[in-house]
Design a protein around this ligand. Structure first.
Ligand code: NDP
Length: 238
């Protein structure tokens, strides 16, 4: 058990990709990171094996996190993309995507709330996607779930402001990780994206990590409920 200097922040999906980068950035800023994932791997803090779609496991993981110090934050980052043309999308597939990418976010927020209140308030950062505002062929379920993440963030920011809890959504564009590495390796998609992303590159997980870490610094306490996009202007380009 370490002595946290700035409190504990729970990061879901911390084993790799964007979550690992967020965990590393927060640890570098002096937070005690508690990283959740199915594998339980967390290179920058204390790892707990937890499937975020299982409510009881999530509750137990948060209780364990509280033993590491006052819980001052949660980053709901765990997620997975799903591709299926809408005409063939089954109800079960749609619900599975919603369960991980949206329902688990709501449950995570609800279950972390008492811990944040016990710490005197805190910050929730939900990782959405710039897809939330787009209509992407073959990504109906993912787009719907990520749109829900923005809505969940807005509602909680309003409801829980009196309790000193702020909620923000971070919406990345294409960031090269395990989630999409194979797809982005395809020549045709890569060339198409390079004509569409004004900055002409994909984002790096470390860039999202730095943004989220910065949000946990003091001095921006009037900001809540909003979505911050980090996509190289992809989502606004004609
Ligand atoms: P990765 O596939 O690289 O990592 C996903 C992480 O989530 C892993 O740590 C994985 O760990 C964890 N995870 C997956 N399912 C579960 C589960 N049921 N319970 C607990 N942990 C789980 O993805 P990214 O880092 O790219 O994505 C992170 C977030 O960013 C996601 O929400 C994604 O939708 C979002 N995003 C990503 C973009 C991109 O271009 N990469 C763009 C926009 C948004 P384990 O397998 O050990 O469980």
């Amino acid at each position: 058990m370490s002595a946290p200097t700035r409190g504990a922040v729970v990061v879901t999906g911390a084993s790799r990709g964007i979550g690992a980068a967020i965990a590393a950035d927060l640890a570098g800023r002096g937070f005690r990171v508690v990283g959740l994932s199915r594998s339980g791997v967390c290179a920058s803090g204390f790892g707990i094996a937890c499937d975020v779609t299982e409510e009881e496991a999530l509750r137990a993981a948060f209780a364990r996190a509280a033993e590491e110090g006052p819980v001052v934050g949660l980053v709901n980052n765990a997620g997975a993309v799903h591709h299926r043309r809408s005409a063939r999308l089954t109800t079960a597939e749609f619900e599975a995507v919603m369960r991980l990418d949206a329902t688990a976010v709501m449950v995570g927020c609800r279950e972390i709330r008492p811990h944040l209140i016990a710490a005197g308030g805190g910050l929730i950062v939900n990782i959405g996607s710039f897809y939330a505002r787009l209509g992407v062929p073959g990504a109906l379920a993912y787009c719907a779930a990520k749109a829900a993440v923005g809505a969940i963030t807005r509602c909680l920011a309003v409801e829980w402001a009196p309790e000193g809890i702020r909620a923000l959504c971070v919406a990345p564009g294409y960031i090269e990780t395990d989630l999409n590495r194979e797809a982005l390796a395809g020549q045709e998609l890569h060339e198409r994206l390079m004509t569409r992303i004004p900055l002409r590159r994909y984002g790096r997980a470390e860039e999202v990590g730095r943004l989220v870490g910065t949000l946990f610094e003091g001095g921006m306490d009037f900001m809540t409920g909003t979505t911050l996009t980090i996509d190289g202007a992809h989502g606004i380009a004609e």
